[in-house]
Structure formats: structure tokens, C-alpha cells
Design a protein around this ligand. Sequence first.
Ligand SMILES: *Cc1c(COP(=O)(O)O)cnc(C)c1O
Length: 382
Amino acid sequence: MLSFIRPAIAQLSAYKPHPGSITGDAASHSPVLDRLDTNESANDLPEELKQKLAQLYLHPLEANRYPDGSHHQLKEAIAQYVNESAQLTPESALSSAQICLGNGSDELIRSILMATCLGESAGILTANPTFSMYGILAQTLGIPVVTVDRDSQTFETDLQAAQHAIDSPRPPIRVVFMVHPNSPTGNPLTTQEIQWLEQLPPEILVVIDEAYFEFSQHTLVPELDRHPNWVILRTFSKAFRLASHRVGYAIGHPEFIEALEKVRLPYNLPTFSQLAALLVLQNRQPLLSAIDPLLQEREHLKERLNQISQLNVWPSAANFLYARLHSTAQLTHQEIGDRLKAQGTLIRHTGGGLRITIGNPDENQRTYQRLNSLFASVAIPN
Ligand SMILES: *Cc1c(COP(=O)(O)O)cnc(C)c1O
């Protein structure tokens, strides 16, 4: 109705975040709410770390001062963590000049689009189903989005279609987005996919989103050296339990990192968020030790869900499972999502299937029981 709004924005439907609340009592209308729809950690920070963070808020944080806009200290700490977790030798180690920080990796995705495609009639390529923010943010900027499919069994990118998109003159593809392992399907990049990315020409940027690295332990960081046109995204929102603080980072060639620094807002990362990210990095051992038990829970839930004959659950390298109904199933994905929600379990209906975050053991147990009884209630006795 307001004619000054760009048509592309007026027609876009906004990303729907899940129904949280700032005090964390999202469960106020239901006794227990299992929030298994956004791949957060089920565990909050330990009380002891929250106490430390509260102390930091008292001192040295100065609420009246702008944040450190250089992010210097946090970049140093991240570079050290990345080098350690990718087992890079001192000669091949990354420096803080190869790190850019964002208000969540969502902000970095937008900065990448602004630094590469905006105003250039160049487009991006994604393989669906995948993380929806690439397409949504590109659309808000008027950047064309080309999508190709994935194999319906392995979820590997249709590389022939992807190459065809690269070879087509319109729109010229400037950025390829890949998630490693992919959301919602949970599969890491295969050797073939990686080889295909490696042979892309230097004028195409390859974004490898490693939001789930801490769960998969697969990283392409050691390859960055050989590929100045690659950039890796990571986040503190998943394994590091800081979704509320909005901290993500990009790792890449210093020249591209400099471009991202030019594009971002000067004070994009609040002081408290910088302090929180530093604190979890300093305490990473105890936080990351929760991952092994979570992976065991994931395997256990996968086995149990796969015993439900109408459901097909895929292997996952991340902190979630992806499932689809067999074609003969008596229910639709939408119905399952709605019925679980009515019982207090939120899962994500996306990409033609269901994505279920691994929660704490009680939540996982309820997920199994609720799904199992849903199917039992519609089963035709034979
Ligand atoms: C969760 C997620 C992110 C994280 O986004 P933040 O803005 O850092 O919270 C990025 N990419 C993918 C694929 C994700 O699933």
C-alpha cells in the first residue's frame, strides 16, 4: 500500500523466528515446551560462567561507552581456536587479519552479498533444501537466486545442474553457498562436491558455512590457503550456547576480510556479546565436552525413530536429525508438526521433511514417544 516500499520487499514474507520471549519463559502457556526447531543447545551456560559474565558486566564493561569496534581481542582468541581445532602448524596458522565478526553469521551473509553481488546484477547459487537465509537476504537486496536440487537419497548437490548454472550467462553466478554439514539434511560435503568447488574459477566466491563444525569435526579451514576465493562461516549460536548473544565469524583471505570490514556497521557487536564470546572460548573444554553425549543421544534417537515404519531418518553429522515420511504414510509433514506442537514439542517442517534438534535426554525421549504414538494412532491394523 505504501508506494515507496520496493516491490521486492513488499512481496517478501518475513523470516518467522520461533516464539521466544526475552525472559526465556516461552513455556508460559504450556507446562513444558521442547524447543527443538532451531538447533540451539538445549543447555544454557553453566551457572558459574553466567556468574562470571555478570561480574564482567559490573566491571570492566562500561555501559556508556561504544563497544570495541576493532574486535581485536576476540579475533585473536578466535584465530587461536580455529588454528587449534583445524590442527594447523605454526607455518600455516591463520592470523586475526583473516577473521571478521558479525552480529550472528546472518549479518556476515548479508555483508558477503553486499561486498560481492549488490548492484552488479550477479547472482548466488544454492542447493535446496538448505539454510533459507541465503535466499531471503539475497532477495531483500534484489540479488538473483539460482537453486539446484539435491539427490533425494544422499542429498548430494546435483553437480551437473550446478555446473550448468555456472556456465549460463544469465545471471552470472558470483557466489556459491554450501553448508558443511548441510541444514536441514545433516550431510557433510562429499569428496566430489569439494572437488567441484575447488575447480570453480577465481571470480566466483565459495562460501562454506560450518555452523555445525563442533558437531561434525569436518572443516575445510586447511584448504583456505590454496583458495583465496573461499570463505568459511562459523557461529557461537550452536555448540557454544550463545544464540542470545549473536556472534558469528568469517574466516578467509585478508583482502576479502578487509572488504567485509568495510561493509559492516562500525559497532555491530555489543560489548557484552564480545565478552561472552571471549569467556566461552576461554572455557571451551567443559562446554564442548557436552558434544560427545549429545552425539550418542542423536544416534540413539535415530535408531528408535527408524523403527517407526512410516518414517525415514537420515544419518546426520550435526546436532539435529532429518526425517521424511514414506509415500504410504497416513499423515503429512504439516500434520505431524502441528500435532507435536499441540503436545508441546516444536520441530521444523522444512525442505519437504522434518528437522528435529537433539535436545536433552528427556526431550529426546518425549520426541520419540510422541512421534511413535502419533503413528500408532493412525496405523491400520493388519
Ligand atoms: C544456525 C545457523 C547459522 C547461525 O546463524 P547465527 O546468525 O550465527 O545465529 C548459520 N548458518 C547455518 C547453516 C545455520 O544453521
